[in-house]
Design a protein around this ligand. Sequence first.
Ligand SMILES: [Cu+2]
Length: 414
Amino acid sequence: MKIIKDRVAKLSFVALLITMTAAMFYAPTASAHGEKSQAAFMRMRTIHWFDLNWSADEVAVNDTMTISGKFHVFAGWPETVDKPEVSFLNIGIPGPVFIRAGSWIGGQLVPRSVSLELGETYEFKVLLKARRPGDWHVHTMMNVQGGGPIIGPGKWVTITGKMSDFVNPVTTLTGQTIDLEDYALDNVYFWHAVWFAIALAWVIFWIKRPIFVPRHIAVSTGKADSLISAGDKKVGMIFGVGTLVIVAASMGATNEKYPVTTPLQAGLLRGMKPYQMPEATVSVKVDDATYRVPGRAMQMTLTITNNGDSAVRLGEFNTAGVRFLDSSVHEDETGYPDDLLAEDGLSVSDNSPIAPGETRTVEVTASDAAWEVYRLADLIYDPDSRFAGLMFFWDENGNRQMTMVDAPLIPTFI
Ligand SMILES: [Cu+2]
């Protein structure tokens, strides 16, 4: 009997080990961190990130890199997401593997929340300083108060070196240079330890004697006063007065050591300067848009009118960070994340140059695994089957113009 029990125990242990090992090895490299699970129509109808540029994809600890680009705040903002009147330009990383050394919208430093206007395009830049070695998927993102996180495209960036080498020097207005990585840390530890020790001493002073039953008996028999002696009262006074003295004295000493301090700086930044995109001379009308369920593509019937004076071709359709390109018109040179870039994902029934003044109706198919991988196909579960995206046209001289498209997106079933 015992042998069987031992065997069962041993086998269960082996099974547990196998399970744990398997779980450890089954750690699929996640290529998205949160955005996939968000409603597809929200990702398509809130903020459109484009022209993104990651200055490096490998940096050493203490080195910096920038992520820059533009984002368009879609005018047909969903009802269930509060308008981006209070928004914060964030970075999506697993904790401070980088620190954000600076972030700018329209050239203005934005350490606080900002007000964004629907329908406007803004230029942004984030300066990141590497802190923790590893492979990190770095996203630009916008937090919207009352709305949640709106996650931009993420790109893998490798940090090399040692975290212990990381420094974060800052020179204060009082002229002192400190390292924010460990500044005032000793002081925090010291004071927490001091107060914890005092509290502990107070407790120990009392629990040296029997705590519960004898005291309970004393109180219930009417001899409560006998439990606290004159000496106890003195110790109580010492602790009471001592605490006040330490608080007052250390407060005075702190004020002396740091005579200039300011309150926390806070408050919404308004009047963000939008980016003026060149006036689009191409107008696009979506006659019809569908996607097949299940499938990896969406189709649009577009009526394109070229009101400019140079022939144009459609080169890119961008929605929810996924870029569908027609490689015969435009090729990406920014090192855009592979899983979001469909280098030849855009096919246009007739993508010959559209002459000035010409109007043409074309069938456009945006097709790529990303449509499924990033669960844009999950629009079928959304309560609002509409899409929005950016269309980029290039003229004969290589000038680009952008137009927004926005229309219902109707599923078709087999
Ligand atoms: Cu990610």
